[in-house]
Design a protein around this ligand. Sequence first.
Ligand code: HEM
Length: 140
Amino acid sequence: MLWLKALHVIAVVCWFAGLFYLPRLFVYHAQTEDTAGRERFKIMERKLYRGIMWPSLIMTVIFGVTMLGLNPHYYLTQGWMHAKLALAGLLIVYHLFCGHYLKALQQDRNLKSHVFFRVFNELPVLALIAIVILVIVRPF
Ligand code: HEM
């Protein structure tokens, strides 16, 4: 169980590295006028999303669900786990929105401003703070 938890937290850290960095790249990409600069951001964004964020999301869920499956009667009756799974679900929706904006930027048809992406970039921080408090403090 401890190996699963360790691998789960490692996958979470890798996923969050992408959840924090990709929208930051969107901010700079949306501000960039020159073609060479835009093409460089497209490569960085694509590699981060496909090469790091998707594998680490999948590993986070596989190790998390495996641990949950080892003691479902306990975890699925806990308020803190219900709230955590709801926030994890929202993070997966956020991840898919990143994919949507990535595609628009790849095809040079993005309509969102750098200001929008600056606000968008802050949302995962709120989820991270809430989830870590829920899973360690277990307030309810
Ligand atoms: C589908 C998504 C997820 C599932 C099913 C899941 C499930 C679990 C389970 C069953 C545990 C073991 C709890 C225990 O110590 O008894 C755990 C631990 C943990 N999870 Fe998740 N998790 C998910 C996503 C996340 C996310 C998005 C974060 C982001 C911060 C996260 C952070 C943690 C941490 C820090 C621990 C270790 C807690 C401790 O050592 O007490 N998990 N998770």
